[in-house]
Write a protein that binds this ligand. Sequence first.
Ligand code: SF4
Length: 88
Amino acid sequence: VKRDIVADESWMEYANCLGLDPDWFFPGRGMTDDLRQAKAVCAACSVREQCLEYALNPKRPMVYGVFGGTSERERRQIRAARRREQVA
Ligand code: SF4
């Protein structure tokens, strides 16, 4: 399923962030480092799960920005937790 999300990007047309200011999602690049606007948009997004798995894909991880309602730091924590689960 995760591989499909990466190969098939058709879910992106349902992204709630389409057309919005990218600076909301890539703080530090723009004038703000406030993640609240981006996270609110993600919270109302119907493809949030797909977006998060897309961003977590180990072969092509999205290191910067907000994806699937998560910050860069939160995704690092999710990746680390998943690695721990695999080892256990
Ligand atoms: S979860 Fe957030 S970043 Fe991902 S598509 Fe939806 S609105 Fe955009």
